[in-house]
Ligand binder design. Structure first.
Ligand code: HEM
Ligand code: HEM
Length: 428
C-alpha cells in the first residue's frame, strides 16, 4: 500500500525543492590513485533531460560514466580525444554484460558549447559538458529521478601515449578499462523543473554523493595477454624449435613431439582468441584479417601434423619417403610458420597496440635468421662429410649461390639424400 505513494512523494519533493531553490546539482569526486575524476549532475524533472559535466586527466585514453551498479544494462557516456587531439568525442552507448558497450544513436546525447567553460582537452585534463535529452526512457538498469541512492559506474581506459585514442567516430572500438568503480547520487538533490543548462563543474564531493564499491585499479585483459603469449610462444619459439630439432639436430621424433605439443598450444590459443573476440566491437563478428588468417593457420598446422604422422607411419612400414612429406616440408610447413608469425603483428594491431608491432617483427626476424643460419651451416657440414672436397672447391661467392640454388643443382640432390638418410636414422 505504502509503495503506491512513493511516486507522489518523489514528485512532491521535486516541486518543493524547485520552489525553495534547494541544491541544484551534485558532484561525485574521486581524487586518489592519480585519477582525479569529477562528475557533476543536474536533471530536469519536466523534460527528463540529464545535464552533466565530467572531468579527468587526459592521460587516460577514454573516460566514462554509466547508469546502474554494473556494466550489464548500463547506459554509458564515453569520451575520448577527437581526431585533432584538442576537442572531445562523446559517445552514448549501451552495455550488455562484460562486453565493450555499443554506440546507440537513439540516445539523444550531445556536447553543449559554453563559452565560459568550453569542452575539450585543456592543460592535460578532459572537460566535458553534455546533455542527454529525455534520458530516462532507454532500456537500462533501474534509473529514476526520484531515487535517493541512484547507482552509477565510472571507468577510465589505459593511460600513456601508447594507448592514445584520436577519433571523431562515436563508435570507435576502445581498449578495456584500467580503473573502474561505482558511486551513488541522491537524485532528489539534482532534479528540478526547468533545468536547461549544464551545472558548473563541482570541486568537492557533495553530501548527496558517495563512493560505492572500492575502486578496481590496474585492470587488464588477461585473456588477450595470455592469447598473445601462447601464440607468440607457438610461432616464435615452438614451431621454429621443432624445425631446429629436425634440420639441425637430426631428431625426427623430437621434432614430432615439439610440433605436436605446439599444435596443442595453438588450439588452446585459438580457443582463447575466439573467447576474447566476443568482448570487443572490433572483433565480435570474427571478420578481421587477424582472426580469419588465424583460423586458416590453425587448419594449416593441424593438416601439417596429420601429414607428418601419416608419412611417419608409411615410412616405418615401407621404408620409403612419401609425397606428403614434400608438402609438409617444403610448402605448407614454411608457409604456416611465416604467415603465423606475421599474423602476430596483425594481432597487436587489432588489440590497439601498434607500438608492439615493430619490436615483435624485430624479434621474430632475429629468430628466423638464426634458424636459417643454423640450418644452412648444418647442410654445409653434412655435405662436407659426404664430399670432403666440397667446401675446399667453393669460393665465397659460390657458397652464397649454393644457399639459393641448391634445389636445382647436382648438390641439391646430395642435400636431399642427406635428409632422407637422416630420416632413415631417426625413424628407427
Ligand atoms: C572495451 C570495453 C569494455 C570491456 C571489454 C569491459 C569488460 C569488463 C570485464 C571483463 C569486467 C569484469 C572484470 C572483473 O571481473 O575483474 C568489467 C567490469 C566492470 N566494468 Fe567494464 N568493460 C568495458 C568498458 C567499460 C566501460 C565503458 C565502463 C564505464 C563505466 C565499464 C565499467 C565497469 C564496471 C563498473 C565494472 C565492475 C562491475 C561489473 O562487473 O559490471 N566498463 N568490465
Ligand atoms: C597464428 C595465430 C595467431 C597469432 C600468432 C595471434 C597473436 C595475437 C597477438 C600477438 C595479439 C595481441 C594481443 C594483445 O596484445 O593483447 C592478438 C590479439 C587478438 N587475437 Fe590473435 N593470434 C592468432 C590467432 C587468432 C585467432 C584464430 C583468433 C580468433 C578467431 C584471434 C583473436 C584475437 C583477437 C580478438 C585479438 C584482439 C584482442 C583485443 O582486441 O584486445 N587470434 N593475437
Amino acid at each position: 500500500m505504502m509503495g503506491s505513494w512513493k511516486p507522489f512523494l518523489g514528485v512532491a519533493w521535486i516541486l518543493f525543492a524547485s520552489i525553495t531553490g534547494t541544491v541544484a546539482e551534485s558532484t561525485f569526486l574521486y581524487s586518489k590513485d592519480g585519477l582525479n575524476f569529477t562528475f557533476t549532475l543536474a536533471a530536469a524533472a519536466d523534460s527528463k533531460d540529464l545535464f552533466f559535466r565530467i572531468s579527468a586527466p587526459s592521460k587516460f585514453s577514454w573516460i566514462a560514466v554509466g547508469t546502474g551498479d554494473k556494466m550489464d544494462g548500463s547506459m554509458m557516456f564515453l569520451a575520448y580525444p577527437a581526431a585533432d587531439g584538442k576537442n572531445v568525442t562523446l559517445s552514448a552507448r549501451l552495455a550488455d554484460s562484460h562486453h565493450e558497450p555499443v554506440y546507440n544513436d537513439k540516445i539523444n546525447a550531445s556536447l553543449i558549447a559554453s563559452p565560459d567553460e568550453p569542452n575539450g582537452i585543456i592543460e592535460a585534463q578532459y572537460y566535458i559538458a553534455a546533455v542527454c535529452r529525455n534520458c530516462t526512457g532507454y532500456p537500462h538498469q533501474t534509473f529514476s529521478l526520484t531515487n535517493p541512492a541512484q547507482d552509477f559506474i565510472f571507468a577510465v581506459g589505459p593511460s600513456g601515449s601508447n594507448h592514445r585514442i584520436l577519433s571523431d567516430s562515436a563508435s570507435f572500438s576502445i581498449p578495456r578499462h584500467s580503473f573502474y568503480g561505482s558511486f551513488r547520487i541522491d537524485m532528489k538533490e539534482v532534479t528540478f523543473q526547468n533545468v536547461t543548462a549544464a551545472p558548473a563543474l563541482g570541486t568537492a564531493m557533495s553530501d548527496g554523493a558517495s563512493l560505492g564499491d572500492e575502486l578496481k585499479t590496474g585492470d587488464h585483459d588477461w585473456a588477450s595477454i595470455i592469447h598473445a603469449v601462447i601464440m607468440c610462444i607457438a610461432f616464435v619459439v615452438g614451431y621454429p624449435l621443432g624445425v631446429f630439432f629436425l634440420r639441425v639436430m637430426d631428431k625426427v621424433m623430437w621434432h614430432a613431439w615439439v610440433q605436436g605439443a605446439t599444435v596443442g598450444l595453438t588450439i588452446l590459443g585459438t580457443g582463447l582468441g575466439l573467447y576474447i573476440s566476443r568482448l570487443y566491437n572490433r572483433s565480435k563478428n570474427v571478420n578481421s584479417a587477424h582472426q580469419i588468417l588465424g583460423l586458416f593457420i590453425l587448419l594449416g598446422v593441424v593438416t601439417q601434423f596429420i601429414l607428418g604422422y601419416l608419412h611417419h607411419r608409411i615410412y616405418k612400414a615401407k621404408q620409403r619417403a612419401t609425397k606428403r612429406i614434400k608438402v609438409h616440408k617444403f610448402a605448407l610447413g614454411p608457409l604456416v610458420i611465416i604467415v603465423g608469425l606475421a599474423n602476430g603483428a596483425l594481432g597487436f594491431d587489432l588489440a590497439l597496440k601498434e607500438y608492439l608491432v615493430t619490436p615483435y617483427v624485430v624479434v621474430f626476424c632475429i629468430f628466423l635468421v638464426t634458424l636459417a643460419a643454423a640450418i644452412w651451416f648444418k647442410m654445409l657440414r653434412s655435405k662436407r662429410k659426404q664430399n670432403p672436397e666440397f667446401l675446399g672447391g667453393l669460393s665465397g661467392g659460390q657458397l652464397g649461390s649454393y644457399g639459393f640454388h641448391h634445389g636445382h643443382s647436382q648438390r641439391a640432390n646430395e642435400s636431399e639424400i642427406g635428409l632422407v638418410g637422416m630420416e632413415a636414422r631417426d625413424h628407427r
